[in-house]
Write a new protein. Structure first.
Lengths: 116, 115
């Protein structure tokens, strides 16, 4: 019963380094969403992808952040030249055919990024 | 127990009591609402959802009530158990956004269950 798998669970990076966060959706799901959660806050939408396509990236910072969901392999959220403000928990969710009343989002356990 | 102040972040209840967690949503155009439970160090776990064409939906020990007139959502947990201790988030989705996975999350309410 494999749900959404994210790795690594914890990631420590120094300022200026790159962070790569991976997300494997539920088997058979082709829609992936990335959210960010700052301490003591709710999750905030970042980006929505289908296989090989970015559908909605309205929540992504304009610089340093990128996401992909290739035909094969996991979805990747990439943060270049990390800064302390990037420290947060990053969650991935997947759904079949786009989230809906009959297909709610299922989240992974997140990657906790700490920038030192 | 009930968090009567919509901005009250913590609700403390006795084991076995019923809990009511309240949430105000922001957009009258939202047509889909979800409650998630988040335990420490874990991702949000789906509890129950409701469409705007309904005002009540029941699950196992949980009930969600939707009042569109005042843009208010509540989660009722019957016979609260220690395992229910977590942070609870309501989330809404904007009608016509074309993407029901694009959710707007509330601040969250911490539920503490006293044995």
């Amino acid at each position: 019963n494999a749900g959404v798998m994210q790795n690594p669970r914890h990631l420590v990076r120094r300022r200026g380094q790159e962070a790569r966060l991976r997300c494997s959706p539920v088997k058979g799901h082709s829609h992936v969403y990335w959210y960010r959660q700052l301490p003591e806050e709710g999750l905030k939408f970042m980006v929505y992808l289908q296989k090989e396509n970015i559908i909605d990236e309205s929540g992504m910072p304009k610089e340093r952040f990128s996401a992909e969901f290739p035909k094969e392999g996991p979805s990747i959220l990439r943060i270049q030249q990390v800064v302390r403000g990037d420290s947060a928990a990053y969650f991935c969710a997947s759904s079949g055919g786009g989230a809906s009343y009959n297909s709610p989002l299922h989240f992974g356990n997140g990657t906790r990024l700490t920038v030192t | 127990g009930e968090n009567v102040g919509l901005h009250l972040p913590t609700l403390s209840v006795q084991e076995g009591d019923n809990s009511i967690i309240n949430c105000a949503y922001s957009n009258s155009a939202s047509d889909y609402f979800i409650w998630y439970k988040q335990e420490s160090g874990k991702g949000p776990q789906f509890i129950i959802d409701i469409r705007s064409n309904m005002d009540k939906r029941q699950g196992q020990r949980v009930t969600v009530l939707l009042n569109k007139t005042v843009k208010h959502l509540s989660l009722q947990i019957a016979a609260t158990q220690p395992g229910d201790s977590a942070v609870y988030f309501c989330a809404e989705n904007l009608e016509g956004s074309g993407n029901t996975g694009k959710l707007i999350f509330g601040q969250g309410t911490t539920l503490q269950v006293k044995p």
